[in-house]
Ligand binder design. Sequence first.
Ligand code: ATP
Ligand code: SKM
Ligand code: MG
Length: 166
Amino acid sequence: MKLILIGFMGSGKTTISQFLGQQLAEPVLDLDREIERQQQQTIPQIFAQSGEKGFRQIEHDVLQQSIGFSGILATGGGTPLRADNLQLLRQAGVPVILLVASPAETYRRLQQQDNRPLGNKLDVAGIRQLQRDRQPFYDRCADVSIMTDDRTPAEITQEIIKYLQK
Ligand SMILES: Nc1ncnc2c1ncn2[C@@H]1O[C@H](COP(=O)(O)OP(=O)(O)OP(=O)(O)O)[C@@H](O)[C@H]1O
Ligand SMILES: O=C(O)C1=C[C@@H](O)[C@@H](O)[C@H](O)C1
Ligand SMILES: [Mg+2]
């Protein structure tokens, strides 16, 4: 593993991981996509069948399998919430980068897709509250935090590369 991206839904983990993979010529593993591949179900289908509790257990198991992967790991928005996941992410011994977007920008981005069972029903106030609830978990995990509002994926990617070169 070369680096790990964490952050709230819509902060850009999946998008930025693809840019970083291109720029750094590293393979990319997206935890949500890997879960869907292994389960042969979409994330909404897993939530509908097994609930959030079932999803979190699958997420943990797939993270445990994936943590030895050498490349760029994009996590799910809730991955750092479990203490055992936090431990796995920290033990990887690579930079953990937190991507941040404001509630209004997050709302705007989440409108573009209907594949987040925990995000799609939230209004801006609901997003602000859930971000607040999760902030301590993200902070415990992250080495550095990067604001993504009003910046293109290419600009954010360059900032991360600069950080890695320091
Ligand atoms: N810097 C940015 N500026 C504008 N739009 C962006 C930016 N980064 C990502 N987006 C858009 O926001 C949406 C969410 O991005 P993405 O899927 O990468 O988020 P994510 O952090 O992986 O979310 P999740 O935790 O739900 O997997 C996408 O439609 C994407 O194109
Ligand atoms: O923030 C969350 O709890 C989630 C984020 C997504 O990446 C998915 O992992 C799933 O929709 C749950
Ligand atoms: Mg994603």
